[in-house]
Design a protein around this ligand. Sequence first.
Ligand SMILES: [Zn+2]
Length: 240
Amino acid sequence: MGVVMRILAVGCHPDDLEIGCGGTIAKYAKLGHTVIMCHVANGNMGHVEILPDDLRIIRTKEAEEAGKVLGAEEVINIDVGDLYVTSFNEETALKIAEVIRYAKPDAIITHDEADYMRDHVETGKAVFNASFSTSINHYATKSPAFPGNSCPIYYMDTLAGVNFLPTEYVDITDTIEIKLEALSCHVSQIKWMLEHDKIDFIDFVRTCSKYRGLQCGVPYAEAFKSCMTWPRVPTKRFLP
Ligand SMILES: [Zn+2]
């Protein structure tokens, strides 16, 4: 594209962006674009044994390490407790709007409304709402109002790709190993899922990327849907 883009990726839990668009984030970074990652929930309930206050700290660190592996400029934690994310919470709405104004993105990536649990669905809705509010001058947050209309949004794949019909694909063949390395930073989750659910999550995510690759003729891919509402429908593609 030749122009340096600013991309904001907003996931729900600390590992969701690695799962849904880690390869794409790494690809943006490799191409010299700026990516800011943000997770709305702090992940404090994602374990059977580790207590929420401790897990919150562990998972914040895991997300920061994963962000470094992907080449993100920054990882922002909005710090809402797991299972308490709602797009109707005004405090959360203001915080997300501030992150968007701070990041000044050319495009935003977030969760699709068909995703598998409420926190994810509500994160996607909250980002959609906030990305409109950012242009409203009297909707005050620390950073100034974002000029112009709402920027394009890409919804990332649902967990395991269920109930998701992509409109865009990103070839992540060159960054699949970086994606999985970033995912491996989420030690508390990988270990927990292996021990308690007998799920090898690295293999799970590799399989999803391979399946999306199969659909578009490359070894590994990630899938997205363009948010088709006025005035976000782009005349050019912002995905790498
Ligand atoms: Zn999640």
